[in-house]
Design a protein around this ligand. Structure first.
Ligand SMILES: N[C@@H](CCC(=O)N[C@@H](CS)C(=O)NCC(=O)O)C(=O)O
Length: 275
C-alpha cells in the first residue's frame, strides 16, 4: 500500500450533497452495543497498537494525553482523522495526512475489516491492533486505563495516572463528573463544587495528576468563556495546560467553541508534583 501515491490514500473532500450527513442507521431491535469494541490490551508490545484520534474530540484527547503521560510516544502510534465528516464518517485527508498503518481513506474501513457489514458508530478514539489486523477497542474509558497501566514492563511513565490507591476515588469522581460535566448535565453546580475542591488541592485527587484530571480537563478546554467565572477551576485548567502532554495534544482551533481565554496566563496553585 505504501507504493500508492500519497494522494490516492486520502479521502475526497467532505461532500454532504453526495454522501449525506453522518448518521448511524441500525435496526432498533439490534441487541448489540452501539460502541461495539471493548477489547483490552493484554500484551505490552512496542509498535503493536495504533490509535486513530481526532484533534477536535475530547474522548480521543483523553487517550492522546494518556499516551504522553504513560511514556508511550514511541510505543503506541497515533494518527488523526480530518476534523470534518460527511456520511462516510471520519476520513483521512490532506491536513493530517494518510492512515500510516493500513492506508485506509475512511476510518469505516477499519471497522469493516474487523466486522464485515459493520453498522455501528465509527468513532474516535479507535484502537487498532496490528497483530490481529482488527479494531480492538473504541471504548475510551477502558482504553485510557489500559494505556495508563499495562505498559510498565516496556515504558517508563512520566506520571502514574491510575495508581491503585486512588482508583476508587478516580472512578467515584467519574460517576459524578461524567454525567454532570463531560456529558453536560448540571454543569453550574458541578463547577461551583469543583472550584471549592480545587482551592486547596492542586489536582482533583491531591498533589499528583491522575486520570480524573485528564478526563475533566478535555471538557474544560472546550468549555469557553464561562470557565473564567470559577477562579480556582480556571487556574487549575491553566496549570494543567502548562504540562506538555496537555498542551501539545490541544489545538483550540479544532474545537466547536472558539477559544476566547488566555490559557497561558500564570496560575497560582497549591503545591503539587510537577509532571
Ligand atoms: N461516545 C463515544 C465516545 C467517542 C465519541 O463520541 N467520539 C466522537 C467524536 S468526539 C465520534 O467519533 N463520534 C462518532 C459516533 O459516535 O458515531 C463512546 O461513548 O465511546
Amino acid at each position: 500500500m505504501s507504493r500508492l501515491p500519497r494522494s490516492s490514500r486520502l479521502a475526497s473532500p467532505v461532500d454532504t450533497t453526495t454522501h449525506g450527513e453522518y448518521r448511524v442507521v441500525r435496526d432498533p431491535g439490534d441487541p448489540r452495543p452501539l460502541y461495539r469494541f471493548a477489547g483490552r490490551i493484554t500484551e505490552a508490545e512496542a509498535g503493536r497498537y495504533h490509535v486513530y484520534a481526532g484533534w477536535f474530540c475530547p474522548w480521543a484527547q483523553r487517550i492522546t494525553i494518556t499516551i504522553e503521560l504513560a511514556g508511550l510516544r514511541d510505543v503506541v502510534g497515533v494518527s488523526y482523522v480530518d476534523n470534518a465528516r460527511d456520511g462516510r464518517g471520519w476520513a483521512f485527508r490532506e491536513r493530517y495526512g494518510p492512515d500510516p498503518v493500513n492506508g485506509f481513506t475512511l476510518l469505516r474501513q477499519a471497522y469493516e475489516a474487523t466486522e464485515p457489514g459493520f453498522d455501528g458508530h465509527v468513532s474516535v478514539p479507535t484502537l487498532w491492533d496490528r497483530a490481529t489486523g482488527r479494531v480492538l477497542s473504541n471504548e475510551y474509558k477502558t482504553l485510557g486505563i489500559d494505556l495508563a497501566t499495562r505498559f510498565r514492563s516496556i515504558a517508563e511513565p512520566v506520571i502514574d495516572t491510575y495508581p491503585e490507591a486512588l482508583r476508587e476515588e478516580i472512578e467515584a469522581l467519574d460517576e459524578w463528573l461524567g454525567p454532570a460535566v463531560n456529558r453536560g448535565g448540571d454543569v453550574d453546580a458541578a463547577f461551583a463544587a469543583l472550584d471549592e475542591r480545587l482551592s486547596t488541592r492542586r489536582y482533583l485527587t491531591g498533589p499528583s495528576i491522575t486520570q480524573a484530571d485528564v478526563r475533566l480537563w478535555v471538557t474544560l478546554a472546550r468549555y469557553g468563556a464561562g470557565l473564567a467565572d470559577h477562579p480556582h477551576l480556571w487556574a487549575y485548567a491553566r496549570d494543567l495546560y502548562t504540562v506538555p502532554a496537555f498542551r501539545d495534544t490541544t489545538d483550540f482551533s479544532t474545537f466547536q467553541t472558539p477559544n476566547v481565554l488566555d490559557w497561558t496566563a500564570p496560575a497560582e496553585r497549591p503545591e503539587g508534583v510537577t509532571a
